[in-house]
Design a protein around this ligand. Structure first.
Ligand code: FAD
Ligand code: MG
Length: 353
């Protein structure tokens, strides 16, 4: 993403210097961390606008601490996980009810390749600890028996949900996870953050255009001062400091990428990545290095990038078509395949990032 970061800098400098009477939008940028990843904001504001990057960051952090975190006692996911096995169940907020309803539907539509009930197996692999850069010998790969036992505490059929209507007429869910079942929404958290950000930005008429990246998910919105397309680079899995190409996007889109090079650990000379096949409990091995999805909704782009990675390119293409999204797959032999719509927006020029 460094590429378009630099691009913005050049563009705003040349516009401010033109002296042509039309005020160039103010360009504000910020780089922060949340959800265990880097948040990069590039916003263009009209004269009347005030910098809302802090508000957007606050929104992401609230989504993490109040809803999604599996570590913080304040979050709803934490509450659900600590009530697993109880008969009373956990009544979800309006927000998490909507999200969970979409996640459960995605689970059905992906034949379980995307599954938010994988918390037990994700904890067993201890994926969070990989981010701290473990060296060879520091990590013990779980044994086959432990994986089978953890898998027995995962799966859509072990999470029971009752839907009901609240006093305002909204759809709400009460969840009843079986004993040992843990929710993990890590595969959709960043995409969901894009949906929250978009809702906020749409209420800010002063924002004329922006790109905001939350780790592997990027939101494009509005227009650039020179009216050219937003450019979002797709990393080369062989060397993520380079791009295999660039997406040219007009207006509002959510772009999510899932890859085996993003988060992994090496042990005994083998590389284990963080996208797990729910049918085996092991890192997915579907012949792919990465998948990029372009969709109108961030939750959808993020969930489908994970699901398509598990399913492989053939089933992934079918799934993309079913959801009406664009998809690009990089295979382990370096081959690239994509949906017809992706061919129109992807420029495989190998531009440096
Ligand atoms: P994606 O492909 O979108 O998701 C992969 C992640 O989803 C895996 O890491 C695993 O958690 C889960 N998963 C794996 N297989 C499947 C599957 N088949 N179906 C469904 N889910 C699957 N990282 C840190 O290091 N420290 C933190 O403090 C931290 N906090 C976070 C807080 C929040 C609220 C969120 C959303 C993420 C946080 N993360 C943190 C990052 C998190 O641990 C994952 O690594 C990250 O969400 C992976 O996203 P991705 O887009 O790279 O990959
Ligand atoms: Mg994802």
């Amino acid at each position: 993403m460094k590429r378009f970061f630099v691009w913005f800098t050049v563009l705003s400098a040349s516009l401010s210097a033109c002296g042509c009477g039309n005020e160039a939008p103010e360009h504000v940028r910020s780089v922060d961390t949340a959800m265990g990843t880097v948040i990069q904001q590039n916003l263009y504001l009209s004269d009347s606008g005030t910098d809302c990057t802090e508000d957007i960051l606050e929104l992401i952090r609230r989504l993490e601490t109040d809803i999604l975190s599996w570590r913080e006692e304040t979050s709803e996911v934490y509450r659900v996980n600590h009530a697993a096995g109880s008969e009373e169940g956990v009544e979800l907020s309006d927000e998490l009810s909507q999200v969970m309803a979409q996640c459960l539907e995605l689970s059905e539509n992906t034949e379980g390749a995307f599954d938010v009930t994988l918390g037990s197996i994700i904890r067993l692999w201890d994926i969070d600890s990989w981010a701290s850069g473990l060296t060879e010998g520091e990590y013990q790969v779980p044994d086959g028996q432990a994986i089978v036992q953890a898998l027995a505490r995962c799966g859509r059929n072990r999470l029971h949900a009752k839907s009901w209507t609240d006093a305002q007429g909204g759809m709400r869910l009460t969840l009843y996870p079986d004993t040992g079942v843990l929710l993990d929404l890590g595969a959709v958290g960043k995409g969901l953050a894009l949906d929250y950000i978009l809702e906020k930005i749409e209420e800010e008429p002063a924002v004329t255009g922006c790109t905001i990246s939350v780790g592997g998910s990027v939101l494009t919105y509005g227009t650039k001062p020179d009216k050219t397309a937003w450019r979002v680079g797709i990393a080369d899995p062989e060397d993520p400091s380079r791009n295999i190409g660039v997406l040219y996007l007009e207006g509002c889109w959510c772009v999510s990428t899932s890859g085996d090079y993003e988060r992994y650990v090496e042990s005994g000379g083998v590389r284990y990545h963080h996208i797990l096949d729910p049918s085996t409990g092991w890192p997915a091995d579907s012949g792919l290095r990465c998948v990029t999805i372009v969709a109108k909704e961030g939750l959808i782009s993020d969930a489908l990038s994970t699901a398509c990675f598990v399913l492989g390119s053939e089933k992934g293409l079918e799934l993309a078509s079913k959801y009406g999204v664009e998809a690009l797959f990089v295979e382990t032999d370096g081959g690239i395949c994509m949906t017809p719509g992706m061919e129109e927006i992807f420029h495989g020029d190998g531009t440096d990032r």
